[in-house]
Design a protein around this ligand. Structure first.
Ligand code: SAM
Length: 335
């Protein structure tokens, strides 16, 4: 297989993610008025099985909560912040934030993905009045990079292959001298929702390192990062997951270093991040989703594979890390 074929299989996972989200919305697990324009009519399928819907619900609820806390913190500290979603696919998070309680907290929201995906997304946004109205007045929104992207006062959609050296991609696209899209002095949150697993560990570390170095040590902003990923793929259930994806020409080089939950924070700690934590979706469902929500979703559809649910959920985790540059840590200590 050529690398083009395997890349197109990787891109295909975005359709799966969008359909899973759409299914969870249709079944009442999640609310998202913005997902429909990203699901082409030709791709519409019957809703996903209950296990997938519950997994999508747990993951989305947990990540929404972490992002909400990040935005809330920025608001409390009287500063605006930036969010960068890497491998954003058809994600609708920007629209949900920009029309929600923390809309004024966003100084910039950047989405990166392969050009085929960003071109498709740019077209879907321009076609939808609802989506484009959130970006600003038509005069404020411009097609960028030959139709592969969009720029607006807050939202930026940019084509990039995250496996390429960041000095040639991220530096050029996000940190151009004189007019950087990302300010090096604002708190910044990186979102990697189901993307690093498709890249080599070296390429993932290079991306994280580039952001870490952009904000420190001379700079002064806190960097947060959330990774959602499958892991523990060496056990018997994990091997079945790997085989299923292999049958679709998708390989998972990024999962190799993470055989268990204890290894996950190492992704950040090995790069000098200040703190990092990980929780599996199984733990999140049991201990962090409000009981009232669990009660509500238990009435949505009949689930007769509850044991299998735990098995699936313990192979997915959310890991988050915080990097506080020495200058900020130092001044906090002095205060
Ligand atoms: N983050 C979105 C979500 O959670 O709904 C989409 C997840 S989808 C499973 C994975 C996305 O990562 C796809 O849109 C794919 O094109 C993108 N991706 C994978 N490898 C990439 C790379 N090397 N550079 C840029 N994007 C990549």
């Amino acid at each position: 297989l050529s690398s083009q074929d395997t890349d197109s299989s990787i891109r295909q996972t975005d359709t799966d993610a969008a359909l899973a989200r759409f299914s969870a919305v249709q079944k009442g697990y999640l609310q998202d008025p913005y997902i429909k324009p990203f699901v082409p009519r030709s791709h519409l399928q019957p809703p996903r099985p209950p296990l997938i819907n519950i997994g999508t619900f747990v993951r989305a609820t947990a990540i929404d909560d972490l992002v909400f806390q990040w935005l809330q913190n920025s608001t409390n500290q009287g500063t605006r912040c930036q969010i960068v979603s890497l491998g954003a696919g058809s994600d609708t998070r920007f629209w949900r934030i920009a029309t929600g309680a923390h809309k004024d907290a966003l100084a910039a929201y950047v989405e990166l993905d392969f050009p085929e995906i960003t071109t498709k997304k740019a077209m879907a946004i321009r076609k939808s009045k609802e989506l484009s109205a959130v970006l600003g007045s038509p005069a404020d929104v411009a097609v960028a990079h030959g139709g592969t992207g969009l720029t607006s006062p807050t939202y930026h959609l940019i084509a990039a292959d995250l496996r390429l050296p960041p000095a040639d991609t991220l530096a050029r696209l996000l940190a151009a001298e004189g007019s950087p899209i990302l300010s090096p002095t604002l708190p910044t949150l990186l979102l990697f929702e189901c993307v690093l697993v498709y890249m080599s560990p070296a390429a993932s570390s290079a991306v994280l390192q580039w952001f870490r170095d952009y904000f420190a040590p001379a700079r002064s902003a806190v960097l947060g990062s959330i990774v959602y990923e499958m892991f523990r793929l060496q056990d018997s259930f994990g091997r079945v997951m790997v085989e299923n994806l292999k049958a679709r020409q998708v390989s998972l080089p990024g999962a190799a270093p993470y055989p268990d939950a204890a290894s996950l924070p190492g992704r950040f700690l090995n790069l000098g991040f200040t703190a990092a934590h990980a929780l599996t979706l199984k733990e999140i469902r049991k201990s962090y989703i409000p009981p009232a929500e669990l009660e509500r979703i238990s009435h949505l559809e009949l689930v007769d594979e509850l044991e299998e649910l735990d098995l699936v959920l313990e192979h997915y985790a959310i890991t988050w890390g915080l990097f506080v540059p020495p200058s900020v840590a130092g001044s906090a200590a002095a205060d």
